[in-house]
Design a binder for this molecule. Structure first.
Ligand SMILES: [Zn+2]
Ligand SMILES: [Zn+2]
Length: 334
């Protein structure tokens, strides 16, 4: 099969992913083989390529995978050949540790991420334990589904953990793949959304999707924020968001890694009055399942730019430069 392979840590501008022929993977007991149709491109892949997040190497990246079941490993019986399934960031969890037992499999001591600890979806085929694949609602095309599996599902977890209530104000810092889905859920829930981004095109998309105000991260929104979600990879947005957070408000940090340190903060200005900060790590299978059905109900329609598998480096460079509107997916060759 054709796959884009990462062999060593590098800046993405050096185009480190190489198109290679790899043997088709074989599904083990309880696993399914998926013939990949499209795979979403995520900021986490930039963290992996540039070494902020450690992957096994060499690795096939990609954790927003959509395709059809092409073979069943022994004992696998959840799906039939030809079923359309998705695979998300959670590739497996142990099921036994106290995090798994307590319903927090996203924090599992043996958490495995798709396209990080095991090969993912930048390839024509991939394998996954059948319990970690999801049937896709019919109303979505393959391309529309891919961003729902990470950008959407993680965004949904961010929103849930923010504690936002109907009619409250929500601030979104950064407006990429995840935020452009989150805003559609927030609107459905009757929340007023303010979007903080310097990028003019992202501001336009935010307004089109229902933002009532857009500005820069240091600007003052018309009202204080009951909740805020920070999707940016920079440290400065943290004090900026806390400064405009309402008393008792919560700031969610959605990224896996910040590229630069969070500046020192003033306790009275940024944290006093019961303000909270919470990071979000990974997703559970329930997050993905709940979000896919909510997305079909609303419905959420992601904006998608499509690239060929062999163009993965170029897509990642555009993503790093903030030049992707909405989400970006790779289409596999037949
Ligand atoms: Zn992701
Ligand atoms: Zn566990």
């Amino acid at each position: 099969m054709k796959a884009m392979v990462l062999k060593e840590i590098s800046t993405v501008e050096r185009e480190p992913l190489r198109l290679e022929d790899l043997p088709d993977p074989v599904p083990g007991p309880g696993e399914i083989l998926v013939k990949v149709s499209v795979c979403g491109v995520c900021h986490t892949e930039l963290d992996e390529i540039e070494g902020r997040l450690q992957s096994k190497l060499p690795v096939v990246l990609g954790h927003q995978v959509v395709g059809k079941v092409a073979a069943l490993g022994s004992g696998a019986k959840r799906f039939q050949l030809g079923d359309r399934v998705g695979i998300a960031w959670i590739y497996s969890a142990c099921g036994k540790c106290h995090f798994c037992q307590g319903g927090n499999e996203n924090l599992c001591l043996d958490f495995k991420g798709t396209g990080c600890h095991v090969n993912g979806g930048y390839a024509q085929y991939t394998v996954v334990p059948e319990d970690y694949a999801y049937l896709i609602p019919q109303r979505f095309s393959d391309s529309q589904t891919a961003p729902l599996l990470c950008a959407g599902a993680i965004g949904y977890r961010d929103l849930a953990l923010s504690g936002i209530q109907r009619g409250q104000t929500l601030g979104l810092f950064g407006f990429g793949a995840s935020a452009h889905i989150v805003i559609q859920v927030a609107k459905y829930w009757g929340c007023e959304t303010f979007v903080f981004t310097r990028n003019e095109e992202h501001r336009e998309l935010a307004k089109k999707l229902g933002a009532s105000w857009t500005g820069g991260s240091e600007d003052q929104p018309p009202r204080k924020l009951n909740c805020a979600i920070d999707f940016t990879p920079v440290g400065e947005t943290v004090p900026n968001a806390l400064r405009v957070l309402e008393k008792g408000g919560r700031l969610i940090l959605a990224v896996i890694r910040k590229k630069n340190p969070i500046p020192s903060m003033d306790y009275s200005k940024h944290l006093w009055d019961e303000k909270e900060i919470k990071s979000v790590a990974n997703i559970t299978r329930k997050d993905a399942e709940d979000f896919l059905s909510l997305a079909a109900e609303i419905p959420i329609i992601p904006e998608v730019q499509e690239f060929q598998l062999a163009e993965a480096n170029q897509a990642l460079i555009l993503l790093k430069q903030g030049r992707i509107q909405g989400s970006c997916v790779l289409r596999m060759p037949d």
